[in-house]
Write a protein of this length. Structure first.
Length: 227
């Protein structure tokens, strides 16, 4: 159970880190990967599609896409327009469809159809940024990573874990305070907690359990450095 909020003191940073780590592990002991996939390639495509789109919408779209093409070879054989037609509900379909076809061809030409296992090679693929690469490295290959999106950035600021001005700085700060062995699970646990309790509009740093436990004396909404 969480510590009792005190009317005298906010928690110190070390206390916040310990409480957050333990509480998230209690709430989400075995967090599932929220994007439906079967292998590293389908995960890579699903994560790419999730940019500025909900995981729920991606999971509604990918069955049709993967029924049409589940491998780099099959995806590269599809036209950009065919891919775009399927993925249109995810938004940004012109850019995403070109990226999907392009990266599929690169996987064939440069990686023997396999999704590469390094950040450098992943980030060289069309449409794949550092966050997408981090998710693939963590969830497909088990490599320690702490992918930070705007939602994790927001919660980390509300919880006093970073003053980062962008997701890169927030990722750096989170890696400093949490043990490497926890990075992959914590990434998912923070996402699930944010969706359930500490949403963009449902909490302003003074409402959810973690916010009120860490900062019982906070009187005003927490101002967030927007990435």
């Amino acid at each position: 159970m969480p510590p009792e909020p005190t009317s005298l003191h906010n928690l110190t940073k070390d206390q916040r880190v310990t409480f957050i780590d333990k509480r998230l592990a209690q709430l989400y002991p075995k967090p599932p990967v929220p994007l439906d996939h079967n292998d590293p390639f389908t995960l890579l495509i699903a994560v790419l599609l999730s940019a500025q789109c909900t995981d729920e919408r991606v999971n509604q779209v990918t069955p049709a896409l993967f029924a049409a093409a589940r491998t780099p070879e099959a995806m590269a054989d599809l036209s950009v327009e065919a891919i775009r037609t399927i993925i249109r509900p995810c938004g940004l379909s012109p850019q995403k469809s070109k990226a999907i076809k392009g990266l599929s061809q690169i996987l064939i030409d440069q990686h023997d159809t396999q999704v590469p296992r390094t950040f450098e090679a992943l980030e060289a693929l069309p449409g794949v940024g550092h966050k997408t690469a981090g998710v693939v490295m963590a969830q497909a290959f088990g490599h320690p990573a702490f992918p930070v999106d705007t939602h994790i950035h927001r919660l980390a600021q509300r919880w006093g874990l970073t003053r980062g001005r962008n997701v890169v700085e927030t990722e750096r700060d989170l890696k400093r305070v949490f043990p490497e062995s926890r990075w992959n699970e914590l990434h998912l646990q923070i996402i699930f907690y944010g969706r359930e309790y500490c949403t963009a509009r449902g909490c302003d740093g003074r409402i959810c359990e973690i916010c009120t436990t860490c900062y019982p004396l906070r009187k005003h909404p927490k101002k967030i450095n927007k990435p």
